[in-house]
Design a binder for this molecule. Sequence first.
Ligand SMILES: NC(=O)c1ccc[n+]([C@@H]2O[C@H](COP(=O)([O-])OP(=O)(O)OC[C@H]3O[C@@H](n4cnc5c(N)ncnc54)[C@H](O)[C@@H]3O)[C@@H](O)[C@H]2O)c1
Length: 335
Amino acid sequence: MDFSSVQGKVVIVTGATRGIGEAIAKIFGEHGMKVACAARSEKQGEAVARSIVENGGEAIFIKTDCGKKEDIKALVAKTVEAFGRLDGIVNNAGIGMGGIPLHEYDDEDYDKIFDINSKGIFIGMKYAAEAIFKSRSEGGFIINIASIAGIMPQRGQALYTATKHGVVGMTKSAALDYAPYNITVNAICPGYTKTTIFGDAPDAALDMFAKDCPAGRMGNSEECAYLALFLASGMARYITGAAIPVDGALSAGHQNVSSWRHPEILTGASLNSGSTIAALMENDTSRAIVDKYLPGFSANEQAKQAYGMTFGAIAPMFGLPAETVKKMLDELDNM
Ligand SMILES: NC(=O)c1ccc[n+]([C@@H]2O[C@H](COP(=O)([O-])OP(=O)(O)OC[C@H]3O[C@@H](n4cnc5c(N)ncnc54)[C@H](O)[C@@H]3O)[C@@H](O)[C@H]2O)c1
């Protein structure tokens, strides 16, 4: 793909010190964009900007708290001062919060998360849009990092879900405002993506996220970053007002039971614990592993109902101790 259309474009990336924002800033820098990396931590922000410059790109760090209107206003002004113009912004900075039912949140929680995930995005869009207009950008763009929680509500995440639904709504409304002026506005909706937003979540929890996802794994930041690069490019000028999931089909729908009539098409070197049971049953080695832990499984008619699923998703139903299930999945991974 030819990304030369992004060369020389001036862009702000908020929350650029780590995770998805860092990946976007670096991939933009690699492709010749002039990047203003915005974040609170001077040390980490300077390091990201420096690494872009060391790789032959152009980047500056601008210390910004995206929970503060004046900081965001100054961020846009300083970017224009440094690079002479603005073509786009990626409103990425955001915080997670959750895992509790709605009534257990405090109203301070509401203010905290809305200040950054919602108001911060609005202010970023507002001042960036003005600067993009003033720059007479040909191919201006606004990219908001929402979440699958912006299109598919999450249990225990009432406030986070509300902010991300708001981001998707703002994105679509602003796309209507700016479409006549050739400024695109889109939202990227990451699914479970391995970044520090998961904090100190134990490996077992990360495993659970991977298994919950139809693709059988968590995403990585670069998978969102390449979509951002495409949306910033001349190839995506007709894509606007979209909320695009990068989530291994997590938000595509409910994972129902299905069984394949011809699972033999799935067999091959890439079998592992993320493969469907149907595919594992078609392979002598994997069938032997399953039989070792679940004697008689392959001959059990009821078990066949689950052939379209993975053992990771249904293993707890067999009543095997978690440690045994883990051993079986590890063995399947090491076939
Ligand atoms: N990782 C995921 O699974 C996931 C899934 C869906 C959506 N998202 C969204 O993607 C975006 C990036 O998340 P991530 O996973 O890279 O998280 P992360 O915690 O690794 O990075 C978040 C970045 O935002 C910055 N940030 C937070 N508050 C800020 C503030 N007040 N001012 C300036 N910067 C601030 C942090 O310093 C950091 O650079 C967030 O908006 C998040 O909601 C992430």
